[in-house]
Design a protein around this ligand. Structure first.
Ligand code: NIG
Length: 390
């Protein structure tokens, strides 16, 4: 059964050979899909077995959210409220979520994850990365890794998220645990390894040790870097050949130079800067220097409890010096590059039928109408779509 998605006012393909500009925008378009695959991209009026008339709406590739922490229990609304009243964010609340997550039980964690995946889909996202990092013991991290792996092919081991309370002042012992028994326990479930490289979390040597162990175990590398201040994270990420260094709120000239000369993607997480009252990263400076950039939600209960990449796009255009087209690229091809993928983030024949249809005639509305639920339909996904009702 083929389906034509027709009467599209503006189709973003991300293929300059198919349409205008770097986003390859086609006006008055249609997309024909056969099950999970795009079979044709062309002018409106294509013929197929079935037809979805978008009524002159804008269609984009499904968003690629390359940084989330979706497996956890509890929330930290009170911490957020205290922060809005002036308390600084330091990441210490990770232990609060760890306590709740360790005692929640698998069924409750899975159900909470399903609700969040449903929200992710409603937000227009069709590829999502999911990290562990709220278990911080061998058994609990193994459980989170298996839950993440059941949900998405993009599962990440973040045992080095923060020192758990029982390892205070024994950081080197904890790093050995992460690099040894914990990594062994999660290895078969995850594609990536990540570390929170920041003052108060893990320093450059500890982070290097974890990334080195992950690489030896065959995992791809990613890093939380330069979130709360300047530090060694970005340079370390480049040195280690990380696919992506994430946050990048504080970038020195040397950091930008190193990123621009590398294949490592800088992934901005502006909803975090919003929710922690940090400055927004200067994306313009990075893009102008030739850095490859992505943007992700960083959905987590502490620093960024949102799944909305539309919200991120609006912030990027308003406060980070990005054009609307750069912001859209950052959550499609940018997110794909941060995950080392070239099969998602585009609309192309033989590619996956992952589409986001806006309840708006043009992509500009993503920044022009902030806070409005603009996602009309999300088609396809490469993560587990939860049962109806979530
Ligand atoms: O990416 N920075 C470290 N990890 C998360 C925050 C986690 C939390 O506060 O619970 C982040 O912002």
């Amino acid at each position: 059964m083929t389906l034509v998605i027709d009467n599209i006012s503006e189709l973003v393909t991300n293929d300059p050979a198919l349409g205008d500009g770097p986003l390859g925008v086609v006006t008055k378009a249609s997309v024909v899909i056969d099950g999970d695959t795009v079979v044709a991209v062309g002018p409106a009026g294509a013929v197929a077995d079935d037809r979805l008339d978008t009524g002159g709406r804008c269609v984009l590739p499904g968003f690629v959210d390359s940084h989330t922490h979706l497996v956890f229990a509890g929330d930290r609304a009170e911490e957020f409220t205290r922060r809005m009243a002036g308390e600084p964010y330091d990441g210490g609340g990770i232990r609060v979520t760890t306590e709740a997550t360790r005692t929640a039980g698998r069924a409750a964690l899975r159900s909470a994850l399903d609700q969040r995946l449903a929200e992710v889909h409603r937000a227009g996202t069709t590829t999502v990365e999911v990290k562990t990092g709220y278990g911080l013991s061998v058994d609990s991290e193994a459980e989170l890794a298996s839950l993440a792996a059941e949900a998405t092919p993009e599962a990440t081991f973040l045992g080095a998220h923060l020192l758990p309370s029982e390892y205070q002042r024994r950081a080197d012992e904890y790093v050995e645990l992460v690099c040894g028994p914990m990594l062994d326990a999660v290895r078969s479930d995850v594609r990536w390894i990540d570390v929170f490289c920041e003052t108060g979390a893990f320093d450059a040597d500890q982070s290097r040790a974890v990334l080195t162990a992950g690489r030896a175990a065959g995992l791809g590398l990613r890093l939380h870097a330069n979130q709360l201040g300047h530090g060694p994270g970005v340079q370390l990420g480049v040195e280690m050949g990380c696919a992506s260094v994430d946050h990048c709120t504080y970038l020195s000239d040397d950091d930008i130079e190193a990123l621009a000369a590398s294949e490592t993607v800088a992934t901005f997480l502006p909803a975090t800067d919003f929710s922690t009252r940090q400055p927004y990263p200067d994306a313009r400076r990075a893009i102008d220097a030739g850095v490859r950039v992505a943007m992700a939600s960083n959905c987590n209960p502490g620093s960024s409890y949102t799944t909305s990449l539309s919200f991120c796009i609006a912030m990027a255009v308003r406060d980070m010096g990005m054009t609307i087209d750069e912001a859209i690229a950052a959550v499609t091809t940018g997110g794909a590059a941060a995950l080392g993928r070239s099969d998602v983030g585009r609309v192309m024949a033989d590619g996956p039928a992952h589409l986001t249809i806006l309840d708006a005639p043009s992509r500009h509305h993503l920044a022009y109408r902030p806070g409005v639920p603009l996602i009309w339909r999300t088609l396809g996904a490469d993560y587990r779509l939860p049962p109806a009702g979530h």
